[in-house]
Design a protein around this ligand. Structure first.
Ligand code: SAM
Length: 281
């Protein structure tokens, strides 16, 4: 491969090749190495330890699909907790919801947010919103000690290695359950079903959530730059049924316009390919 290409490995056998037209930044923190590169199709791309986190041109798919489903599935989402999400793409979408009164984001690595402020000002300008609070610390520890309760928790983490590994375990979901209000909803990004090891993780996450929550619904989005292009999220709700017709109606009636999300996408995202269903049922 030519020198000016970055390969984002999706498994030991394949990856996504990105032409690097410019390398803009590199820094290593206690947690990870962050690089910012430019690619003609994906725009300004952030890599953490060589793994693509977001591209300015397609970040809207992942961030809308992580943030918006539970914001509509909950009839009154006043307080939202984001774990990870240092680039602030998720927070931007959460704060686009007028009902939200407070968002707390717990990101382990201040470097990610500091650098995002330089390269993704459209995403980080939401930090000036008086409803937003950012805490730099470990989401696992925060959730164990928080006395505040939230209507929604969104887990916007890196892949399940290093400090993010615990964010995919049942012990963490149990702590989230305690921190959620009595009608709260937890949404977690849960990797790609195309990668065998990650499919095993998806099954484990699904079982852990089902042990705790009444309604657990995995859902999918097509994300061209993420592993194998098909990305899974899981929504776990104590009371509100995300598949209730009222949710689609709320989405239909909103005056907000999104770039990926709409009521048809919301409903269709719960449709799972048979090979995924076979593993989860
Ligand atoms: N959607 C992205 C992806 O490609 O997987 C995730 C982006 S966001 C940058 C992920 C963030 O999770 C990173 O900034 C990372 O520092 C943070 N993170 C990882 N483990 C964490 C933990 N235990 N507590 C809080 N934040 C964590």
């Amino acid at each position: 491969m030519k020198e000016n290409w970055h390969i984002d490995y999706h498994s030991p056998n394949r990856g996504l090749a990105l032409k690097v037209t410019k390398k803009l930044y590199e820094e290593t923190s206690d947690y990870q190495t962050l690089e910012i590169i430019e690619n003609p199709d994906l725009g300004t791309v952030m890599l953490l330890d060589g793994v693509l986190m977001l591209g300015s041109e397609d970040e809207f798919v992942y961030h809308e699909m992580l943030a918006l489903p539970s914001l509509y599935a909950h009839p009154n989402p006043l307080k939202v907790l984001i774990i990870g999400g240092g680039d602030c793409g998720t927070m931007t979408r959460v704060l686009s919801c007028d009902k939200v009164k407070r968002v707390v984001q717990v990101e382990i690595d201040e470097m990610v947010t500091r650098v995002a402020k330089i390269y993704y000002p459209e995403l980080t300008k939401c930090l000036a919103d008086p409803r937003a609070e950012v805490i730099f610390g470990d989401g696992l520890k925060f959730i164990q000690t928080s006395s505040e309760r939230f209507d929604l928790i969104m887990v916007d983490s890196t892949d399940p290695v290093g400090p993010a590994a615990g964010l995919f375990r049942k012990e963490f979901f149990t702590d989230c359950y305690k921190v959620l209000a009595d009608d709260g909803i937890l949404t977690i990004q849960s990797e790609s079903p195309w990668i065998p090891d990650l499919m095993d993780l998806i099954v484990e996450v699904n079982q852990g959530l089902k042990d705790l929550f009444t309604h657990v619904h995995p859902y999918l989005a097509g994300i061209q730059s993420y592993q194998a292009g098909l990305w899974m999220f899981q929504m776990a709700s104590k009371i509100h049924n995300p598949k209730d017709a009222s949710v689609e109606q709320r989405i239909r009636e909103t005056k907000k316009k999104y770039r990926y999300f709409n009521e048809e996408i919301y409903s269709a995202s719960f449709a799972l390919p048979q090979f995924v269903k076979d593993k989860l049922c």
